[in-house]
Every structure is written in structure tokens, then in C-alpha cells.
Write a new protein. Structure first.
Length: 198
């Protein structure tokens, strides 16, 4: 995953990777993490690196997010920071995630950061953007960047028009936002019919 983060940084304008650690308190796993990060960084001399303790990184997410580019963290720390990051952006309902197997030996999984949101299931207020954005991440992973970009453009069009669920201050239902994104994709995509439940 650390090597994947460095390769991702090479695709960005600001080539920078920030490692999240807690090696001052977790003296085995996180010390190993730090060692691997240092070792892999030598393969990418053109990428700027830094390491931050997870508690300080939480504060940095709030106070100076503009100083970050690619952040790499263990599953535990990344799970916490991804919730924080999406809340700072406006809602857990917009945060997509990709659980990647970079070597592609096993399937990757794409889902909203918030999971299935069982506490609001069936109420028509869940924000579908995270799930749709996760599908865009999947398209990109499958080598379909143009289609992924079309999905992202549709999301941007709908949100810019103010078609939002209550978590973002809107009055639309889950279905209405989903339909608006389908409409923004265009008529060809609209022809795909859902498979009826059995």
C-alpha cells in the first residue's frame, strides 16, 4: 500500500506522500510501518515525504488540509481519518472508498465510507453520492477513466444545482438525487433497467 501511495503521488501535480504513524506508542507494528515507508521512499527520489503522528494528523485535517496531497495510513488510522475528512467536507454521505488490492491478485471492494447506514435505512434520506462515487472509483480501477470522469461530472452537476439530501442541507430524497445523477449522465445510461428483486 505504501508503494501504491508513492505511485499515486507521481500522478499528482504536487508529488508528496504523508505517512500516518503512532510509532511513539506502538513500538512494533508502527515502527515496522515507519521502516517500510522509509525503505520504499528511496525508490521515489522525486516524491516529497513526511511522517505525522495520527493525533497530530487529525488536527492537521481540520486546520491545514491544503498542505496534504496523498496520505497513507494503516487500516485503523485511515478508517478514523476518512470519517473525519468526509465530515469536514460536509457529510459522511459523500465519502467514497476503495479497498484496493494493488497487485490485483484478489478482487478490490468499493463502498461508501459510512457503509450501509442501517440507522437510516428505508427512510429515503441516505445520500447516494458516496455509493455512486465509489462506482466511479471502481470504473477507474477497471481501466475506464473516461466513464469514471462522466460519473464524477454528473455528481458535480447535480450538487452544483442544489439537488441535495438533508445531510447537505437539501430537501431531496435518496431516489431523487440518484435519478438526477442518472439524468445528468444522459439518455444512454438511463436505458439500463434495474434487475427486479426475487
Amino acid at each position: 500500500m505504501i508503494r501504491y501511495a508513492f505511485n499515486l503521488a507521481l500522478t499528482r501535480k504536487r508529488k508528496k506522500v504523508t505517512s500516518v504513524t503512532k510509532s511513539n506508542a506502538q513500538q512494533y507494528g508502527m515502527v515496522l510501518w515507519d521502516e517500510v515507508f522509509r525503505r520504499v521512499s528511496t525508490e521515489f527520489p522525486g516524491v516529497e515525504t513526511e511522517q505525522w503522528l495520527v493525533d497530530a494528523m487529525a488536527a492537521r485535517f481540520v486546520l491545514r488540509p491544503d498542505t496534504l496531497e496523498v496520505v497513507v495510513a494503516s487500516n485503523l488510522f485511515a478508517d478514523i481519518l476518512s470519517d473525519l475528512g468526509s465530515a469536514l467536507a460536509g457529510s459522511l454521505g459523500i465519502a467514497a472508498s476503495a479497498n484496493l488490492n494493488p497487485e490485483r491478485r484478489f478482487p478490490s471492494m468499493f463502498e461508501p465510507v459510512h457503509g450501509s447506514a442501517p440507522d437510516i435505512a428505508g427512510q429515503g434520506i441516505a445520500n447516494p453520492i458516496a455509493a455512486i462515487w465509489s462506482a466511479a472509483l471502481m470504473l477507474e480501477h477497471l481501466g475506464l477513466p473516461e466513464q469514471a470522469a462522466q460519473v464524477m461530472q454528473a455528481i458535480e452537476t447535480v450538487t452544483a444545482a442544489g439537488q441535495l439530501t438533508p445531510d447537505l442541507g437539501g430537501t431531496c430524497t435518496t431516489q431523487q438525487v440518484g435519478d438526477a445523477i442518472l439524468d445528468a449522465l444522459g439518455p444512454a445510461e438511463r436505458q439500463v433497467q434495474p434487475v427486479p428483486a426475487r
